[in-house]
Design a protein around this ligand. Sequence first.
Ligand code: ZN
Length: 340
Amino acid sequence: MKRRKEINDRKKMHSRRNRRKLLGGLLLLVLLGTAGYVFRDQLAGGSKPLEVANSVEDQNLEQENREEGVEPKEPEVEGSVASPEEGPLDREESVPDTRDLTLLKPGTNHSLGASAYAYSTEMVRNWIWGGVSYEGENLAFLTFDDGPVKKSEAVLEVLKRRGVPATFFIPGYVLAEHPDEQVLQRYIEEGHAIAVHSYSHVYDTLYPGKVADKEKIVEEFIETRDLMRASLGDDFDTGVFRFPGGSMSWKGIDEARSALAEIGVYDMDWNAISGDGEPRSRRPEGPQAMAEHVMFTLSEHWMQDIAVVLMHDTKDITAEYLDQVIDQFESAGYTFGILE
Ligand SMILES: [Zn+2]
């Protein structure tokens, strides 16, 4: 939208300049015409000068063009009336701004525009779990795991309507099973961030005997990132990971973490949950209870200035409670960020 406004503003500026030039041209023509008119008048007199009539027609055409959004044609007299300082400068000014903020920022997992609210995963982890003090404004990171599937679209629609960004943790197998190049592109264009949630999402493969297999975890990370690059191009990169089941559920996580850090990858757990992925016995009942569960679990955590909220965009109910989650954070004065 912003981009379209920029283009329109530029077009307006351009046609304003053209109108100025046209006016200058008109003035010259009127002067010349008047001179001719006076001269002719002395001989015969009567008719309106042809040049002036043409110029009025040009003006009407220009008006029509403007209404249709077409660049007005340069008046033929431009060269003779343009002031010298308008020459080369004018050309430079009319080069359109090609920086599209919805485009992928090379080497990252988000768009150029999303840089304004993208936070280093390593820093966020240190603020929440690493004992590094945090002095900034309250931040909320909405995170969605296990998609994208068909029902993820409903979640995307809510985020778009509310203008709120999120981070999506994607297992590679989902991308392989439902190849949909558009959806990853949409995450980028709509200001979200893309992260890896292993390839297989199979606990026994990633943590045999409940112990993290660091080689397997790194291998699956790379495999998934490569799949993402196949959709988004080699400029795409992500250093954001989430252990399926969460890092707290397994042994050998320190070794896996070191192996990931060697390739510039940092994992992120959560400190608030909606409970949409909990077993039935522990699952809050209904959308309102799930939204409230987010604030309840956050209130139980030692860190409340930064919230990393675990949700799943593979559940029907997520799009139903998401508005309320956003409302709660907004009214508590939180700003939404993404993880890079
Ligand atoms: Zn998961």
